[in-house]
Design a protein. Structure first.
Length: 254
């Protein structure tokens, strides 16, 4: 399918109706949000086939609209699970236990291992290798979070940030991703790290860095619940539902 050169412009009449129905506060609430909106944003992106109708539009500030780009809201296309936690926290094991056949798994550690020639133990923990893996992970991530097919996608990464997106966790919460923290505790994680036969340089430092973040499942769940209440008030459930008007029937099958 050829790329569309321009985004669909929202007619002033429809933008006014969106504002009247849902208000003018920015619906995205991304890091750096200006709160007051000056654009009309497609929930299901225009480039992904989302129509320019009131049910698929909400008001957004230019900053958030640009930062979001064409990433999909969770369950309006792919179901996106972000699994974070310290090295040796059991993230890959958790995904192996919960993924469904056909799910896509984007695992930072697997990507780093795939970049090594043979065993390559001497290169584990080298910053240049981590930089390469970060670039590969982020490049794949940018594609994965734009998928509109109903597929499960697992984002597996210790730190919920990249050099380009230092507040990636906040962006995930804004887009309603399912976020799981795999953390059996600092003592257990350090013991697992020491027990590794090969020993990965820099891994203990990364573990300590993780615990300085102070992230817990309960704190993230509280933020997600608050975000989901806001989305519900905007008529956007965690999963799309059929709306009352005929023009919105397309959403029921999305």
């Amino acid at each position: 399918m050829p790329a569309r050169k321009d985004r669909q412009r929202v007619p002033p009449r429809i933008a006014a109706e969106v504002m009247e129905r849902w208000g003018n506060d920015c619906w995205l609430d991304m890091p750096g949000c200006a709160r007051v909106s000056d654009t009309t944003d497609h929930i299901v992106p225009d480039r992904a086939g989302g129509p320019t109708i009131v049910s698929n539009l909400r008001r957004a500030c230019k900053h958030c609209n640009s930062l979001r780009s064409d990433r999909t809201l969770n369950h309006y296309g792919a179901s996106i699970h972000a699994v974070i936690g310290p090295p040796c926290g059991g993230k890959s094991t958790y995904v192996d236990m919960h993924r469904q056949p056909g799910d896509i798994v984007l695992d930072f550690d697997v990507l780093a291992g795939a970049l090594l020639s043979g065993d390559g133990v001497e290169h584990h923990g080298q910053q240049w290798l981590r930089d390469m893996a970060t670039g590969a992970w982020y490049g794949a991530y940018r594609r994965a979070v734009r998928v509109v097919e109903p597929v499960g996608i697992w984002l597996v990464k210790a730190m919920p940030m990249t050099p380009r997106s230092p507040r990636l966790l906040d962006e995930w919460i804004s887009l309603d991703y399912d976020i799981v923290v795999c953390d059996p505790g600092k003592r257990e994680v350090l013991e697992r790290c020491k027990a590794r036969a090969s020993g990965v340089r820099g891994e203990e430092r990364a573990i300590l860095q993780w615990y300085r973040l102070g992230l817990t499942q309960s704190s993230i769940d509280a933020r997600l619940n608050e975000r989901r209440e806001r989305l519900a008030a905007l008529g956007l459930a965690s999963k799309p539902v059929e709306t009352e008007t005929d023009e919105d029937d397309w959403l029921a099958g999305w």
